[in-house]
Design a protein around this ligand. Structure first.
Ligand SMILES: Nc1ncnc2c1ncn2[C@@H]1O[C@H](COP(=O)(O)OP(=O)(O)OP(=O)(O)O)[C@@H](O)[C@H]1O
Ligand SMILES: [Mg+2]
Length: 233
């Protein structure tokens, strides 16, 4: 190794993770790790377990067999029942859901974006600055007073991304970020994600889009219909 080359450690590690919704298996013996500053793309056919895998990595559901660790700390249901622990964990991982409807719950886009930074305990001046910065970045200033549930699908996606980015999480997890966006918004988001990659943000992204995969991948985790990893490229 060269003298100045930094060693990157795994920030997320899954070992033989299994998960089922009742009798419906969704993950079978899934093992891989994500290094700091790495972009990992998750691909595979509909229903193979990608969203389930991302939910598990975000501590919304838990391994029924095997285990999942974040920064060398095993994430368990018991630990996540502690609200302070859960809050600290959720601030480290920004999660953009496949369906933005489940993510947005405030009366206005302005409140929606302010919610996370306020929860982090930032003072209102800083909260307002972050809100305005991300609104500008995502070109949604004109939507700030609107109700999130009255926005179009693409507008909701941008608001959901803006909310997550306003918290400046260590890791960014995105489930099908391009789905439902028009060509122009897709191009813009692809550029934005390339910029995030260049700034060495750790990212885990599930997508069916081959162009996005080729642009971003450090590694690709390919899943299959047996709810497990086919190969890692
Ligand atoms: N809440 C749920 N209850 C029961 N089964 C579920 C639930 N959510 C997902 N499943 C099932 O678990 C499996 C994995 O689903 P998942 O949503 O993780 O797939 P996916 O790879 O994200 O698919 P897509 O490409 O369509 O988004 C599927 O067979 C699905 O039907
Ligand atoms: Mg999915």
């Amino acid at each position: 190794m060269k003298k100045n080359e930094a060693v990157e450690f795994p920030i997320m590690e899954l070992k033989n993770v299994c998960f089922a919704y009742g009798r419906q298996v969704a993950l079978r013996n899934v093992s891989f790790s994500v290094n700091q500053k790495e972009t990992v793309v998750i691909t595979g056919p509909n229903g193979c377990g990608k969203s389930t895998l991302l939910k598990l990595m975000n501590g919304l559901i838990f391994a029924q067999e095997g285990n999942y660790s974040f920064a060398n700390d095993e994430i368990t249901e018991k630990k996540m029942q502690n609200q302070l622990y859960a809050k600290a964990f959720h601030q480290k991982i920004g999660y953009v859901f496949q369906n933005s409807d489940v993510q947005l719950f405030c009366g206005s886009v302005k409140e929606e974006i302010e919610f996370g930074p306020l929860q982090m305990g930032l003072d209102y001046k800083e909260v307002a600055k972050r809100r305005d910065d991300v609104a500008k970045l995502f070109r949604i200033e004109h939507l700030l007073e609107r109700a999130p549930y009255h926005l179009s699908g693409g507008e909701k996606r941008k608001v959901a991304l803006a909310c997550v980015l306003s918290m400046n999480p260590e890791v960014l997890v995105m489930d099908e970020p391009l789905a439902g966006l028009d060509k122009k918004s897709q191009m813009w988001l692809m550029e934005f994600l390339q910029y995030m990659k260049k700034s060495k943000k750790t990212m885990i992204i599930s997508t069916h889009n081959e162009e996005l995969t080729d642009l971003l991948k450090d590694r690709v985790v390919e899943m299959n219909e047996a709810y497990t990893i086919q190969r890692i490229l």
